[in-house]
Design a protein around this ligand. Structure first.
Ligand SMILES: Cc1ncc(COP(=O)(O)O)c(C=O)c1O
Length: 369
């Protein structure tokens, strides 16, 4: 008799559903039997500009060294990040994407009998990372789709080791301001690690959103995670980082895979950090695309959750499964968020002007049908 290896998995893993990524362009092209070039993907909050030319050049420069392991300590990237962030290099932990950083936190600090607090509608990796190590994930009801920080504070108990907060949050795009963060940090017990996920922070305008790095000196229980996947345009390379106290970084380093960030990613991230022009263009394209999408959605009589990310969750007031299928048939991939408990919304990443127009035209067509 064959063994039931699902039943043998640890209980937290048995209850997990795998992370569902945005549908790849090639997959839809195969399904529809059409040219991938005709497909618009606005499903994974990627940078629509293509990679920074400086990053591409840095990658080319590394190719001859592919037989070598990468620098397992990521010395140069950490040095540059530390300089940028105004911290010591020993406070920086590099990750295979910032997902990896979230996972490192869970593996280092969570275990059966302990719990992590996060918001309803928060990024899907928080429950996955938490349950994967047998800990309890506490999803706190959201307020207007955003984090209810007061309710999250109330959910913390003696078994809480980690609180995940995303600012802005994905998939809702909701955010909180500096005062809300100050008040929150002042009340979280000092033994609870606050993971402030700032994957989209580079898109923030003015001082509307707090810069998590400003709070590190005052709060040794704060960890700020960031990524090169969004505004820096390097999602495929998988590189992100955490900035924390030296002690927390040393703990994370114990569970980190020895060569978790590959050499092309290290080189490209260093170059992208220096490409201020690219970052500027990413922000401008995002701002313009947000206005374009909002105007288009308004013209269609639709509403959405105001967002400070590079995406927008559109409210259709009804189940969106059929609508999503209809958009796919038009060659437009967006992201259903029913898995997040938002069956009436579709999340649309901000693309180039042309991609946004394609989306709006397809949406107009399928809504009229
Ligand atoms: C809120 C948030 N955090 C973290 C990540 C992880 O990104 P990456 O692993 O590419 O750095 C994402 C990706 O979409 C995200 O939306």
């Amino acid at each position: 008799m064959s063994c039931d290896f699902l039943a043998l998995a640890q209980p937290g893993v048995q209850k997990l559903s795998p992370y569902v990524p945005g549908k790849p362009v090639d997959e839809l092209a195969r399904e529809l039997n059409i040219d991938p070039a005709g497909i618009v993907k606005l499903a994974s909050n990627e940078n629509p500009l293509g990679p920074s030319p400086k990053a591409l050049e840095a990658i080319r420069g590394e190719l001859a060294e592919l037989t070598r392991y990468p620098d397992g300590n990521g010395f140069e990237l950490k040095r540059r990040l530390a300089e940028r962030c105004g911290v010591q290099a020993a406070q920086v932990t590099l990750g295979n994407g910032s997902n990896d950083v979230l996972d490192l936190v869970a593996r280092a600090y969570l275990a059966p009998g302990l719990n992590a607090v996060f918001s309803q509608f928060a990024f899907a990796v928080y429950p996955i990372a938490t349950q994967a190590v047998g800990a309890e994930g506490r999803a706190v009801p959201a307020r207007d789709f955003g984090h209810d920080l007061e309710a999250m504070l109330a959910a913390i108990d003696a078994q809480t080791r980690v609180v995940f907060v995303a600012n802005p949050n994905n998939p809702t795009g909701t955010w909180f301001g500096p005062q809300a963060l100050s008040d929150f940090l002042a009340q979280v017990p000092e033994s609870v690690l606050v993971v402030l996920d700032e994957a989209y922070i580079e898109y923030a305008r003015g001082d509307e959103l707090p810069n998590g790095l400003d709070y590190l000196a005052q709060y040794p229980n704060l960890l700020v995670s960031r990524t090169f996947s969004k505004a820096y345009g390097l999602a495929a390379l998988r590189v992100g980082y955490a900035v924390s106290s030296v002690q927390v970084a040393e703990v994370l380093n114990r569970v980190r895979q020895p060569f978790n960030v590959n050499s092309l990613a290290l080189a490209a991230a260093c170059a992208a950090l220096d490409d201020d022009d690219y970052l500027q263009r990413s922000r401008q394209a995002n701002d313009a695309g947000m206005v374009q999408l909002e105007e288009g959605l308004r013209a269609l009589g639709l509403s959405w959750i105001p967002s400070r990310g590079n995406f927008i969750a559109v409210d259709f007031g009804r189940d969106t499964a059929a609508l999503n299928q209809a958009l796919l048939r038009e060659g437009v991939i967006v992201r259903p968020v029913a898995g997040y408990g938002m069956p009436h919304h579709l999340r649309v990443s901000i693309g180039t002007e042309q991609e946004n127009s394609r989306f709006l035209a397809a949406l107009t067509k399928v809504l009229d049908a």
